[in-house]
Design a protein around this ligand. Structure first.
Ligand code: SAM
Length: 215
């Protein structure tokens, strides 16, 4: 049973206010953050931190991304109802829940077996049902391609070619690219067979592993 009480809703509204002040403008993204109960992704010991704008450990040496980062990446994807979205790095499932909340059809892939198994069981229990895959997402999921949008939630050394190939025309890829400690957020839009590239601020993600990630 998920408990989502007055206090938790209040903390979530404050988080939304904070994200707005930090520059998140897309009302649909803010509404989704205001709706998904982030505290249910946390262990009891960390519960009080659920609505801080911080990343937190989720086991297996991995993290639930900072709300600002989730909001930033999601905003840049310009999600429309019915978009087919590939997420690389399922982790806790929080980002996937936000995407489902926005009306996307979500395919999410995780490289760590335990996390994959945990989240595949947990997320549907709280009402979010993306399609779960286990494996190396640095190669995308070619069998289900193409995707309108692709989001990478781990830091990549380079932009994997496979992900560009799996984007539709007018498709958008958002991916942090850099070294193991720090990455620039990069957005690629595929238009008329050309790639439009934009670079944003720096972020700090755990490394993207796998064939087209860190070895
Ligand atoms: N999106 C997650 C969330 O909402 O909680 C946060 C993801 S966490 C920052 C990064 C995740 O990427 C980790 O769970 C890690 O195991 C996963 N990962 C790393 N390399 C991967 C790969 N090649 N394919 C799929 N997942 C990968």
């Amino acid at each position: 049973m998920i408990e989502d009480n007055y206090r938790q809703r209040g903390l979530r509204n404050n988080l939304v206010k904070k994200l707005r002040l930090k520059g998140i403008l897309d009302e649909s993204v803010l509404k989704a953050i205001g709706k998904v109960p982030r505290h249910v992704f946390f262990d009891n010991a960390l519960l009080n931190h659920a609505y801080e704008d911080k990343a937190f450990p989720i086991g297996e040496g991995q993290t639930i991304s900072q709300p600002y980062t989730v909001a930033f990446q999601t905003e840049k994807l310009e999600i429309k109802q019915g978009d087919k979205v590939l997420e690389i790095g399922t982790g806790s499932g929080y980002q996937a829940a936000i995407l489902v909340e926005l009306g996307a059809k979500v395919y999410t892939i995780e490289f760590q077996k335990k996390l994959y198994e945990h989240t595949k069981e947990f997320l549907p229990q709280i009402g979010y049902k993306p399609l779960f895959f286990f494996g190396d997402g640095s190669k995308g999921i070619p069998a289900k391609a193409p995707y309108d949008k692709i989001i990478v939630t781990a830091g990549a050394p380079v932009i994997p070619d496979a992900l560009i190939e799996q984007l539709t025309e007018n498709g958008i890829l958002i991916i942090p690219v850099g070294d193991r400690e720090k990455q620039k957020m990069v957005r690629i839009i595929k238009k008329n067979g050309k790639l439009l590239k934009e670079e944003f601020d720096s972020f700090a993600f755990v490394p993207l592993l796998g064939e087209q990630g860190w070895k």
